[in-house]
Design a binder for this molecule. Structure first.
Ligand SMILES: Cc1cc2nc3c(=O)[nH]c(=O)nc-3n(C[C@H](O)[C@H](O)[C@H](O)COP(=O)(O)OP(=O)(O)OC[C@H]3O[C@@H](n4cnc5c(N)ncnc54)[C@H](O)[C@@H]3O)c2cc1C
Ligand SMILES: *[C@@H]1O[C@H](CO)[C@@H](O)[C@H](O)[C@H]1NC(C)=O
Ligand SMILES: *[C@@H]1O[C@H](CO)[C@@H](O)[C@H](O)[C@H]1NC(C)=O
Ligand SMILES: *[C@@H]1O[C@H](CO)[C@@H](O)[C@H](O)[C@H]1NC(C)=O
Ligand SMILES: *[C@@H]1O[C@H](CO)[C@@H](O)[C@H](O)[C@H]1NC(C)=O
Length: 602
C-alpha cells in the first residue's frame, strides 16, 4: 500500500509540473488535411479555469497502476481479490484525477449496474460534466493518463457498450450548450428545404416529443420507450416500427462532437456525406457527441387502432402479414405466449402446472396495434390524447400474474386500452413502462424483409415455435413477450438496417425479432443462440444495444455480415482523426473493430 501511495504522490507531482506547461498540442499526429472546416472554435474556458497546454502522453502512468490487474492479467487471483485490488489502486488514481481535473466536474468511483442489471462493472470513474469545457478538460486529462472515456445516456443498453472497468464513464445528461439552447427548431434554408431540430445529446425522448408537439413538427418513428437519450438512440440506431421510416440514425443531418484531442468538431450530411455514413451510428467510437441536428416533418395526426387477432391468421399467412404491415403507417405486433388459456385450463395450470393438450400458439391472440395518418377533417374536432402507456402495473408481460399465466393477463391489460384513439404522431408510438418489480431484458436480431414476406413470416414462425415447444415440453417459456418490428433501411455503415446488407427480392426494410424475459429465465439465451444459428446464412445481425454478446461466435459473424461496411467505418474514423489512440473504445468494440495501431499510442 505504501508503495502505491508513493507512486501516486510522485505521479501527482510530476504531472502537475508538466501539466501546467501544455495540454493541447502533443506528439500525436492529429492534423486534419481537408477536414479543417470541421473544427468549431471553442476558445478558452470562461471563468476561473485556465485550460493549460499539452504534455507528452505517458502511457505508463495508468499501466503502472492498473496494468497487472486488468482481467487479462489476473487469472491467478479470485475475482473478489482482483476487483478489490483494482479498487485500491483506483483510489490512488482518483487523487491524481482530481488534481488534474480541478474542482469541477466531480469525479468519483462508482460500481455500475445498467438499467436491466445485465451489465455490471465493478469499479469505474464516473463524471457528469455540465459544459463542453469540462468535457474537454476530462478528455485532455484522460489522454494524458492514457485512459479510456466513453459516454453514456440513460444506460438502457444491454450489451457491452459501456466503458471498461477502471476507466472514465462520462454521463452526458447534464451537459448544457455553450452557444445555444438545449433544443431548437431551425427553419428551412437554402441548403435544407426542410425544418430541422437541434438538441443536446443528453435530452430525453419525452422532452424531445413535448418540444416537437409545441413546435408543430414530428418524427416518423420512435422506440417503445420514452426514457432514452437522443445521443444513445443515435449512437445505437434505435428503431421503431414505422414501415417507411428509418432508425434515429437515419434522421441525422448534422452532428457536433468532441474528439480525443479536445477539439469540438462539426459534421454535416451535405459537406461530409461519406463520413456521415459512419458517424450517424457510431456506438460512441467517434467521441463525445455534443448536439445532434435531425430532420423533422410537419406535424401529423395519428389514428391508433388496437385489435386482437388470432396468431394463425397473420403469422401463418404471409400475404396477410404483408398486407397488414405495408398497408399501415406503423404496425406493432405483440405476442404474449399462452394467452388463450381458458379459465378452466388456467385452474389446471395453477393447481399443478398442467399445460392443456388443446393449447398451441396458433390459438393465441396477437395484439395488433396500428397507426394510420388522418386529416383534420377525419379527426373531426376530437381531442388529441397524450401518450398511452401500457398500464401493466409491473412487469411488461403480465401485471401481477405468475408463470405462464402472465401472457393471458398481459393481453387482458392491453384490452383495457381504448380500441381507437387520436394523438399527435409522437404521442401515438406505443410506449411500455419499465417493470416495477424484477427486471426484464431483451434480445433483438434483424433480418432483411423480402417483398412477399415469406422469409419474414418464417422467422416469426421459428421463434414462436421455439417458445411453443418449450412450453409444451418443459412448462416454461423462453420469452414473455415477442415484439417484432419493421423499419426502413438507411445509408449507414453500422446500422443493422442498411442498404449494403441485402437479400434476394429485398424490400429495403428490416425485420426485428425482439423478445423479452428476465435475464435468468430458463431458455432465453439458448433460444437467442438457436435463432442466430438458424438464420446465419440470411445475414442475421444483432441490435447493438441488446443482449447478444454471449452468443458463441457472434463477433466473427458480425464481421462477416457487415464486411465492407466495417472497413468503411474504420477508414472514416481514421480519416476524421477523432480518436487516433482509441480513447473511445472498449474491450468488446476492439474485438470487433481492432485497434487503430498507431505507433505513437504505445
Ligand atoms: C425498456 C427498453 C425499451 C427499449 N426499446 C427499444 C426499441 O423500441 N427500439 C430500439 O431500437 N431499442 C430499444 N431499446 C434499446 C435502446 O434504444 C438503446 O439501448 C439506446 O442506445 C438506449 O439509449 P440510452 O440513452 O440509454 O443510451 P446508453 O445505453 O447510455 O448508450 C448507448 C450507446 O450510446 C453511446 N452514447 C450515448 N450518448 C453518447 C454521446 N453523447 N456521445 C457519444 N456516445 C454516446 C454510448 O457510448 C453507448 O455506446 C430499449 C431499451 C429499453 C431498456
Ligand atoms: C419515464 O418517463 C416518463 C414520462 O416522462 C416518466 O413518467 C417516468 O417516470 C420515467 N420512468 C423512468 C423509469 O424514469
Ligand atoms: C391469407 O390472407 C389473405 C389476405 O388477407 C386472404 O385473402 C387469404 O384468404 C388468406 N389465406 C388463408 C388460407 O386464410
Ligand atoms: C425444465 O427444465 C429445467 C432446466 O433443465 C428443469 O430444471 C426442470 O425440471 C424442467 N421442468 C420440466 C417440467 O420438465
Ligand atoms: C431497394 O433499393 C435498391 C437500391 O437502392 C433499389 O434498386 C430497389 O429498387 C429498392 N427496392 C425496393 C423494393 O424499394
Amino acid at each position: 500500500m505504501k508503495v502505491l501511495l508513493a507512486i501516486a504522490l510522485c505521479l501527482a507531482t510530476c504531472m502537475s509540473v508538466t501539466w501546467s506547461r501544455s495540454l493541447r498540442s502533443s506528439v500525436i499526429d492529429d492534423s486534419l488535411e481537408g477536414l479543417e472546416d470541421t473544427i468549431v472554435p471553442l476558445g478558452d474556458e470562461p471563468a476561473n479555469y485556465r485550460a493549460k497546454r499539452s504534455v507528452i502522453r505517458k502511457p505508463t502512468a495508468l499501466s503502472e497502476i492498473m496494468g497487472p490487474l486488468s482481467r487479462r492479467h489476473a487469472r491467478d487471483v479470485t475475482e473478489f481479490e482482483r476487483s478489490n485490488e483494482v479498487y485500491y489502486r483506483m483510489r490512488s488514481l482518483l487523487s491524481i484525477l482530481k488534481i488534474l481535473i480541478g474542482r469541477e466536474p466531480i469525479i468519483e468511483i462508482y460500481h455500475y449496474v445498467n438499467w436491466d442489471k445485465t451489465i455490471t462493472i465493478d469499479n469505474l470513474f464516473y463524471t457528469a460534466p455540465t459544459s463542453i469545457y469540462q468535457v474537454r478538460r476530462i478528455i485532455l486529462v484522460a489522454r494524458y493518463l492514457g485512459m479510456r472515456v466513453r459516454a453514456t445516456g440513460a444506460g438502457h443498453s444491454r450489451s457491452p457498450l459501456y466503458v471498461d472497468e477502471g476507466n472514465i464513464m462520462m454521463d452526458v445528461r447534464d451537459l448544457e450548450r455553450h452557444d445555444g439552447p438545449r433544443m431548437q427548431i431551425n427553419p428551412e434554408n437554402s441548403v435544407r428545404n426542410y425544418k430541422t431540430l437541434t438538441a443536446m445529446t443528453g435530452v430525453y425522448e419525452y422532452d424531445l416529443n413535448e418540444f416537437m408537439v409545441r413546435n408543430d413538427v414530428t418524427m416518423l418513428s420512435q422506440p417503445l420507450n420514452v426514457n432514452e437519450t437522443l445521443g444513445g438512440m443515435v449512437a445505437a440506431a434505435t428503431h421503431g416500427s414505422t414501415w417507411s421510416a428509418p432508425t434515429f440514425s437515419g434522421y441525422v443531418r448534422e452532428l457536433r462532437l468532441m474528439d480525443s484531442s479536445g477539439r469540438l468538431r462539426r459534421f454535416t450530411i451535405e459537406r461530409h456525406p461519406e463520413l456521415m455514413k459512419a458517424i450517424i451510428c457510431n456506438l460512441g467510437m467517434f467521441g463525445i457527441m455534443y448536439d445532434i441536428t435531425i430532420q423533422v416533418y410537419p406535424t401529423l395526426i395519428a389514428k391508433v387502432h388496437n385489435q386482437f387477432v388470432p396468431l394463425d391468421s397473420i403469422i401463418y399467412n404471409h400475404t396477410a402479414l404483408r398486407d397488414t404491415v405495408t398497408g399501415n403507417f406503423l404496425t406493432e405486433i405483440s405476442w404474449f405466449p399462452f394467452n388463450s388459456v381458458t379459465d378452466a385450463e388456467a385452474e389446471d395450470y395453477r393447481r399443478d402446472g398442467t399445460i392443456p393438450t388443446a393449447w398451441n400458439a396458433k390459438r393465441d391472440s396477437i395484439w395488433l396495434r396500428s397507426i394510420t395518418i388522418v386529416s383534420e377533417a377525419e379527426l373531426g374536432g376530437r381531442p388529441l390524447e397524450p401518450t398511452h402507456f401500457l398500464p401493466t402495473k409491473g412487469s411488461l408481460s403480465g401485471g401481477n400474474e405468475k408463470g405462464l399465466l402472465r401472457g393471458r393477463e398481459a393481453v387482458a391489460i392491453a384490452k383495457r386500452i381504448p380500441t381507437v384513439s387520436y394523438h399527435h404522431l409522437v404521442n401515438a408510438f406505443p410506449v411500455i413502462l419499465p417493470p416495477r418489480w424484477g427486471t426484464e431484458t431483451s434480445a433483438a436480431f434483424m433480418l432483411n424483409i423480402d417483398n412477399q414476406f415469406t422469409r419474414a413470416a418464417a422467422a416469426l414462425q421459428f421463434i414462436i415455435e421455439e417458445a411453443e415447444n418449450q412450453i409444451k415440453a418443459n412448462g416454461s417459456t423462453p420469452l414473455n413477450a415477442l415484439l417484432p418490428r419493421f423499419f426502413e433501411n438507411s445509408d449507414c455503415d453500422l446500422c443493422p438496417g442498411n442498404y449494403d446488407i441485402s437479400q434476394p427480392d429485398d424490400s429495403n426494410r428490416t425485420l426485428v425479432i425482439d423478445f423479452l424475459a428476465p435475464p435468468a429465465q430458463y431458455g432465453f439465451y439458448p433460444t437467442a443462440r438457436k435463432f442466430v444459428d438458424h438464420f446465419r446464412d440470411q445475414k442475421v445481425r444483432p441490435h447493438w444495444g441488446k443482449r447478444h454478446d454471449n452468443i458463441p461466435g457472434i463477433i466473427d459473424h458480425i464481421k462477416l455480415v457487415y464486411g465492407d461496411n466495417l472497413d468503411h467505418f474504420q477508414r472514416m474514423r481514421r480519416m476524421a482523426q477523432v480518436d487516433p489512440c482509441d480513447m473511445f473504445m472498449n474491450t468488446y468494440l476492439i474485438e470487433i473493430f481492432g485497434r487503430s495501431g498507431n505507433w505513437w499510442c504505445a
